[in-house]
Design a protein around this ligand. Sequence first.
Ligand SMILES: N[C@@H](CCC(=O)N[C@@H](CS)C(=O)NCC(=O)O)C(=O)O
Length: 163
Amino acid sequence: MTGLHRLYALTHSLYSGRARAYLIKQGITFQEFSTGHESFKAEVLPKGKLATIPTLVTPSGDVIRDGAAIIEHFESANGRPSQPQGACQQIISALFDVIGHDGLLRPAMHYRWNYPAENFQFVHHHFLYAQRDTPERAEKTEHMMNRMRQVTEVFGVPSNLSR
Ligand SMILES: N[C@@H](CCC(=O)N[C@@H](CS)C(=O)NCC(=O)O)C(=O)O
C-alpha cells in the first residue's frame, strides 16, 4: 500500500461525496477505493467494525469511519481551515452542513429510488462496477441495491412503485 490517505467510498454515495469534496478542496492527496476492493474486507472492516462509507484509512493505518469524523480529523489537525471566522457565518455554515447531510437525505433518496425510469441505469451501473468482477457480481449488486431500498424506507421514504 502507498503512503497516501485511502478513502473507501462509492462514486454515487451522497455521504462519500461530502468527504471526497472536502479532501479535494483541502488539497489532501488520497486514493479512492470502492468497498468491493479486497482490502476493505481484509484490512478496513476488522478495525472499522461497520461496513459504512465513507471510511478513511490514514497513512499510519488508523481507520476513521463517518464523513463528519473524517472532516473533523483534518479540521482539528490543521487549524479549522474550512470554518468561517465570524460567529454568524459559523452558524450558517453549521446549518448548511446539517441541511445538506440530514435535511436533504430523504428527498435525495426519494428521487433516487422512486424514479427508476430516470435513475435505474445510473444507480445500477455504479453499484455493479463497485463490485469485483466475480461470478457473484450481479447477485451482489442486486443484494446491495435491495438493501439500500430497504434503508431508504427506514429513513422514512416510502416506495411509490407499487401504487
Ligand atoms: N453519518 C454517516 C452516514 C454514512 C452512511 O450511512 N453511508 C451509507 C452509504 S451513503 C452506508 O454506508 N450504508 C451502508 C449500509 O447501510 O449498509 C456519514 O456521514 O458518513
